[in-house]
Design a protein around this ligand. Structure first.
Ligand code: ZN
Length: 460
């Protein structure tokens, strides 16, 4: 069975005994009493693709803590990120707007999740892992405190604990973000060898050094062995992050902070790990867009939530749970509480859109259209038949292509040149982040990387 589809089946089996909520006429009967007064902790695990969690079907112990935690959560089985670029995706997430609109202007505080929760009387703070999450990328409006100077999740969770010590007795919204899973896939020992057990340490260090520039290399003929090593290191990063999360949650539990707090675990995008000979993100293939979404609501039974969701749905869902009136705000996401309450039939479908250099439209009938906009060929896939998007059906189904192009045209529009500028910045950031002490140019680095990989026998 295909891995992506397999994941959904496994969740369904695991959650059969989780105790879905019974019939209800209102949110209060299923959610905890007084939920509108709850505080919110949201944690963004950058670059975590959904199918690399046990709770989404991976048959490997990469996330033992998150898997246990998921049993107490609403687990949304099919969630699409709005972009596979970190800053774009978070801008969409924070404002519940599709990416081009989200990056088209600097949001006012009352347009952001933090600003809305602040206006509801909550103190707001963010501890983010720098880079494209830096304060100057338009992510901070609405936060009383936005600290993006920290690096490493260990420090971010320590700073969050310090902040909670001071403010957890007041109403609050806390946002945390980490790049621990992001390239370079270099988790600390022993997490680098948990899944990669048969490579000698010197060789592993060579690969880890190369993985710093993995986004820039042509892997059309990469060997299976190389792909497996990278995937093992990626999974090691998840396992390391899972351990740090467990420590942080133990603190929350011991201090009684999990009482009356909604906790949301998300990711901004997934990652290609050799599929279509691609590593990294900034494309619109499913492995880069399907992300996990777990929502913990104290004293509510966890359950699997079937349906088609996207990250821009999170803000309206949080507002609904907290009984915050959207007023005349134009949120493009959908309130998911009816799905959490089991009130929407599972066959409900919708169009969802993701954007980076191109636009992808996901239809309710499993069709996916990628509009190129850069002169390359558009792409059309039928995902239930072809989940890894290997067979472009553009020329065989022109009527479906026409229909989906028209739907894309009705969505928001911002000059594509603008989005390209952001993507270029992102590439530069990755390069600077991973090779900050190296003065060589991007192209020189890429050529050197390809030479090294060829020498090691990983590409032809
Ligand atoms: Zn990211």
């Amino acid at each position: 069975m295909d891995k992506l589809l397999h994941g959904v089946v496994i969740i369904a089996i695991c959650c059969a005994g989780c105790g879905a909520p019974g019939p209800s006429s209102g949110a209060g009967e299923v959610f905890s009493a007084g939920i509108e007064g709850f505080n919110v902790i949201m944690i963004s695990l950058d670059t975590l693709r959904a199918d690399h969690l046990g709770s989404y079907g991976l048959n490997r112990a990469v996330s033992p803590f998150m898997d246990r935690f998921s049993w107490r959560c609403f687990v949304f089985a099919d969630v699409m990120a709005q972009s596979s670029s970190t800053m774009h995706s978070h801008r969409s997430l924070f404002t519940s707007t599709y990416t081009r609109k989200a990056i088209g202007h600097l949001p006012a505080p009352d347009e952001t999740m933090a600003g809305i929760l602040k206006a509801s009387g909550r103190r707001t703070a963010a501890f983010a892992d720098g880079g494209m999450m830096s304060k100057n990328y338009g992510l901070s409006p609405g936060f009383d405190l936005y600290d993006s100077r920290l690096r490493l999740f260990k420090r971010i969770s320590a700073a969050s604990r310090d902040w909670l010590e001071e403010f957890s007795r007041e109403p609050f919204f806390l946002f945390m973000h980490t790049y621990e899973i992001h390239a370079p896939y270099d988790p600390p020992s022993p997490y680098d060898r948990i899944f990669q057990t048969r490579t000698d340490p010197q060789h592993l260090e060579q690969i880890k050094a190369l993985s710093a520039n993995i986004y820039s290399c042509d892997f059309a003929r990469a060997s299976g062995e190389f792909t497996a090593i990278i995937e093992n290191l990626y999974d090691g990063g998840i396992r390391y992050t899972d351990m740090l999360l467990e420590r942080f949650f133990r603190y929350l539990h011991d201090r009684g902070i999990l009482e009356n707090r909604i906790v949301i675990l998300i990711s901004d995008h997934g990652e290609s790990l050799g599929e279509r000979a691609i590593f990294g993100h900034n494309r619109l293939y499913q492995v880069q867009l399907q992300v996990p979404l777990l929502i913990y609501v104290p004293r509510s039974a966890g359950r699997i939530v079937a349906g088609s969701f996207q990250n821009i749905d999170i803000l309206p869902t949080v507002m609904s749970m907290l009984n915050i009136d959207p007023g005349d705000r134009r949120l493009e996401g959908t309130d998911l509480t009816p799905w959490m309450l089991g009130k929407v039939p599972p066959e409900y479908g919708r169009f969802r859109m993701s954007e980076v250099k191109k636009k992808a439209l996901h239809g309710p009938d499993n069709w996916k259209y990628i509009l190129a906009e850069d002169g390359s060929k558009d792409e059309l896939y039928h995902l239930s038949d072809d989940p890894y998007e290997k067979h472009n059906l553009l020329d065989r189904h022109s009527e479906i292509s026409d229909r989906m192009r028209k739907i894309i045209a009705r969505k928001n529009e911002v000059d594509p040149a603008e989005i390209r500028t952001f993507v270029t910045n992102k590439a530069d950031f990755v390069l600077k982040r991973t090779t900050s002490r190296d003065k060589k140019s991007y192209n020189e680095r890429r050529k050197a990387l390809e030479r090294e990989l060829r020498k090691l026998g990983y590409i032809d």
